[in-house]
Design a binder for this molecule. Structure first.
Ligand code: NAD
Length: 496
């Protein structure tokens, strides 16, 4: 019988009141049942919110440098458990071990950055326009934050949200993706072992439509941080707007790598293979469009197809595997649907395009690394997020045309250009309409201490990571201290 996991509410590990559980299976071998995780009902949220509010009362009064020590301890524990956490994440999510090790490393980096921020969280002082008066701003925590996360970075994405939220003095209610609940369970265990007071974190497993939706709507949760699809994020945004909640949305992408004819083509080839097929294309920053300049197009696409065909599919836990499975059958069917659409629109499948034939892969949700050639900029395969190992190749003539193609999609997360021309490089940095642009590097590769996020339908203006996320998790308060002993009226009693 598979192990039954629990929620963490009001300082205790508890079974869901519904008595219902969701199966968590290994996407590379669906016969491998990892465990059963709570299918939490909406009615169970009240107790978690009440507890998180108590946690907030205590934690928000703990000095920020002391809060930082808990995050430092969490970073140390993540470091100690890096390998077993990576294995846990690969088993339930599918990507290869090297990538889940990177996933955990990103959480470690985020923890240490947050720990140090406990000694910063800067406010400002400004000169007052009146004599004997001080004017200053400082940062205050907000309250209980609802944290709703996707499946593709089971450790890193939660850490981007949870560590800064806690460092700033908030408490959290964490609703992980129902596809990667085991990593979430381990994450919360580590927070508690690091010394986080129990009521500062509540873990509620379950479905987006039940417990996720309840978190978004609950009046006792003033802040929400969501990463996931644009479709889900838009629905959350409507509710959060109506309820005046602070909301950070990190959503879909349709990222392009541009290859200019003067580029180091071997480097560009390595970049696109990693960008398009790493994490089986299931990254918000995955390269899903390749824009290649006419002069080098045919040669480059031929080499790309050759290399894509030689990537080894398999269980991400095994050595030598390059590409793991998709997260579930629905994701595979979505890839198949888009390949049919691309064919109807006139593109050709240059390599891949279906389920692999090897019998050893029959029990997993595998899909071949796929290159669609002859895609036109108006095709759906050129504009819509597929979220799988499917790369649309579009040819272009001039750099202006490449920039227009990059910028005309509704998303704006990351972009990349390969060129040896310094003018083209800096034009790309300025003109590509994305939150992140890479020069001579693939569309992925964010570092924890820089802001991360996108424009247009990818986000709502906030950033994760870096120094900016601390703005999101705090409210600015201003204080004026007048020690003149007289009534000084601003803008009126100014004597100059
Ligand atoms: P998803 O939108 O299906 O689910 C994300 C989370 O939202 C899950 O925990 C889910 O249970 C929950 N959810 C679903 N419906 C909900 C509702 N009505 N109310 C509240 N919560 C709800 O996304 P996914 O398939 O897990 O992840 C893939 C998507 O995430 C892709 O679109 C990808 O681009 C995006 N993503 C974006 C970033 C970024 O930083 N921009 C990072 C990673 C992934």
């Amino acid at each position: 019988m598979a192990e039954k996991f629990l929620n963490y509410v009001a300082g205790e590990w508890v079974a869901p009141a519904t008595g219902e559980y969701i199966e968590n299976r290994n996407p590379a071998r669906t016969s491998d049942l990892i465990g059963l995780f709570p299918d939490t009902g909406a009615a169970e949220l009240d107790a978690a919110v009440a507890s998180a509010q108590r946690g907030f009362e205590r934690w928000s009064r703990t000095p920020a440098p002391e809060r930082g020590l808990v995050l430092k301890a969490a970073g140390d524990l993540l470091t100690r458990h890096k390998e077993d956490l990576a294995r846990t994440a690969t088993r339930e999510m599918g990507k290869v071990l090297d990538e889940t090790r990177g996933d955990v490393q990103e959480a470690i980096d985020t923890a240490y950055y947050a720990a140090v921020e406990g000694r910063r969280l800067f406010g400002r002082t400004a000169p007052s326009e009146l004599r004997s008066k001080w004017a200053m701003s400082f940062r205050r925590p907000i309250g209980v934050f609802g944290i709703i996360t996707p499946f593709n970075f089971p450790v890193a994405v939660p850490s981007w949200k949870i560590f800064p939220a806690l460092l700033c003095g908030n408490s959290i209610i964490y609703k992980p993706s129902e596809d990667v609940p085991h990593s979430a369970h381990r994450f919360v265990e580590i927070l508690l072992e690091a010394g986080l007071p129990p009521e500062c974190v509540q873990l509620l497993h379950g479905r987006g439509e039940t417990i996720g939706r309840a978190i978004v709507e609950h009046p006792g949760i003033p802040g929400l941080s969501f990463t996931g699809s644009t479709e889900t994020g838009s629905r959350i945004g409507e509710v959060a707007g109506r309820l005046h909640k602070r909301l950070s949305l990190e959503m879909g992408g349709k990222n392009a790598q541009i290859v200019m004819s003067d580029a180091d083509l071997d480097l560009a080839l390595e970049g696109v293979l990693w960008g398009a097929f790493g994490t089986t294309g299931q990254r918000c920053t995955a390269t899903s469009r390749l824009l290649v300049q006419n002069e080098v197009h045919d040669e480059f696409v031929e080499k790309l197809c050759y290399e894509a065909r030689s990537l080894r599919l398999g269980d991400g836990q095994e050595a030598g595997v390059d590409v793991g499975p998709l997260i579930h059958e629905a994701a595979r069917e979505k890839c198949e649907r888009y390949i049919a659409i691309a064919r109807e629109e006139g593109a050709t499948v240059a390599t891949g395009g279906g389920r692999p034939a090897e019998s050893g892969l029959a029990d997993g949700w595998f899909f071949e690394p796929t290159v669609l050639a002859g895609v036109e900029r108006e095709h759906r395969a050129a504009r819509e997020e597929i979220f799988g190992p499917v790369l649309s190749v579009i040819r272009f003539d001039t750099i202006d045309e490449a920039f227009d193609i990059n910028n005309e999609v509704p998303y704006g997360l990351s972009s990349s250009i390969y060129t040896r021309d310094v003018t083209a490089s800096f034009r790309a940095v300025e003109e590509l309409d994305n939150g992140i642009t890479y020069v001579n590097a693939p569309t992925i590769g964010a570092e924890a201490h820089l802001p991360f996020g996108g424009v247009k339908n990818t986000g709502n203006g906030h950033r994760e990571g870096g120094w900016e996320v601390y703005e999101f998790y705090t409210e600015t308060k201003v204080a004026y201290v007048d020690y003149s002993g007289t009534l000084q009226r601003a803008q009126i009693d100014v004597d100059w």
